[in-house]
Design a protein around this ligand. Structure first.
Ligand SMILES: *Cc1c(COP(=O)(O)O)cnc(C)c1O
Length: 400
């Protein structure tokens, strides 16, 4: 390999030396409120399993019987021979659930975001993106030829300034794109303010609601519902890989012309395999369960409120907000090491959480991210807080 192996080995060593190595922990068995690990069972507070549907028996049964009825794989993209009755049914159901005209399925939300912008925007257009948007939006925007503008996270004055600039530069179409929820902070974007600004400047609004679909908003319709702007948002992208059963697949729901154009032109849709029959069948049930999950959403809210109040009483520093994602902060120079030591100690207490540090979050802003689920009991939440307290003592003791 002409020395390339040595170069790659050095690069890998660099990643390790910088403390950025991501090791994968193998789970023994299914995803759930509690998971099996080599070190024993652990309460899981790091999954996107917000409604606890990842191991739901009805979803599993639907996926199993779909294999008998619809087979294992499609061996085709959608427009050749990869569209079953249930693919179009799921698309209709997603659109209906979100209150949008139509929806189109992708293999993942990453693909959905990757295949959107280039279809809608050319060199004469502009895209204005929140600086903290998900990697798939950043990559999707890179693939289109529109002029790119960025605004500071959730900063409406800066968004307005970028809109003024884009319009001043004579852009034909302008698209504002944002995550509905920023997953490292658990913060909501002010979607109502974004819609108002976009309307003033004749811009389209797109929201990636991956961390919201199914559980944010009174009926789980996501951030557009939460902010009362369902009919003012033009495009919603989302995933089937988080609250909606957690398997895989993504979608775009939008005005019908947009969805029709994506079916004709969107490259990840045209050139990648159809979503597997079992996943489609499971996702349809997951969507129905999510639509009916008033109780689950209430439990999720209660768990989140309980966690926040117990953690604040115990003196931990949590970013403000009402989302089930909680960023427990370990600021300063030593924060990254501290957060990591805490998370490792917590696993010894049977609680699985993950520490994040630079470059995933800004330098000096290390944190442990805790994600609540409707599958957690109040006792699970208390056990998590107890593990935080015990780990803090153990880590402080080890350093004394
Ligand atoms: C998880 C996530 C994605 C990726 O979804 P997949 O379906 O797993 O590809 C995209 N955007 C946001 C905001 C996400 O949180």
């Amino acid at each position: 390999m002409y020395g390339i192996r040595e170069e790659l080995a050095a690069e890998l060593e660099g990643i390790r030396a910088a403390g950025l190595w991501k090791a994968e922990r193998e789970l023994i068995g299914p995803q759930g409120a509690s998971v099996g690990t080599a070190g024993g069972d652990a309460l899981n507070f790091c999954a996107n399993n917000y409604l606890g549907l990842a191991d739901h028996p009805e979803i599993i049964a639907a996926a199993q019987s779909a294999m008998d009825e619809f087979g294992y794989g499609m061996a085709s993209v959608r427009f050749i021979c990869g569209t079953q009755t249930q693919h179009t049914a799921l698309e209709r159901e997603i659109a209906e659930f979100l209150g949008m005209d139509a929806a189109i399925l992708y293999s993942s939300c990453f693909d959905a975001n990757g295949g959107l912008f280039e279809v809608l925007l050319g060199p004469e257009d502009a895209v204005i993106s929140d600086e903290l948007n998900h990697a798939s939006i950043i990559d999707g925007v890179r693939l289109c030829k529109a002029v790119r503008y960025r605004y500071r996270n959730r900063d409406m004055a800066d968004l307005e300034a970028q809109l003024v600039t884009a319009r001043g530069a004579g852009a034909r179409r302008v698209l504002v794109v944002t995550d509905g929820v920023f997953s490292m902070d658990g913060s909501f974007t002010p979607l109502d303010a974004i819609c108002s600004l976009a309307e003033r400047f004749g811009a389209l609004v797109m929201v990636d609601d991956s961390h919201a679909t199914g559980f944010v908003g009174p009926r789980g319709r996501g951030t557009p519902e939460q902010f009362g702007v369902v009919d003012r948002v033009d495009i919603v992208s989302g995933t089937l890989g988080k609250a909606l059963g957690g398997a895989s697949g993504g979608f775009i729901a939008a005005r019908s012309e947009i969805v029709e154009l994506l079916r004709q032109r969107s490259r990840p849709y045209l050139f990648s395999n159809a979503v597997a029959p079992a996943v489609v069948a499971g996702s349809r049930v997951a969507l129905r369960l999510a639509a009916e999950a008033d109780e689950g959403r209430a439990r999720l809210r209660e768990n989140a409120a309980l966690f926040r109040s117990l953690m604040e009483s115990a003196g931990f520093d949590i970013l403000p907000g009402e989302h089930p994602i909680h960023a427990v902060m370990f600021p300063g120079e030593d924060g990254a090491r501290l957060a990591k030591a805490m998370s490792e100690e917590m696993l010894r207490h049977g609680v699985y959480v993950i520490a994040f540090s630079f470059p995933v979050v800004p330098r000096g802003r290390a944190r442990i991210r805790v994600q609540l689920s409707a599958a957690h009991s109040a006792d699970d939440v208390r056990a998590c807080v107890d593990a935080f307290v015990a780990a803090r003592e153990a880590v402080a003791g080890a350093e004394a």
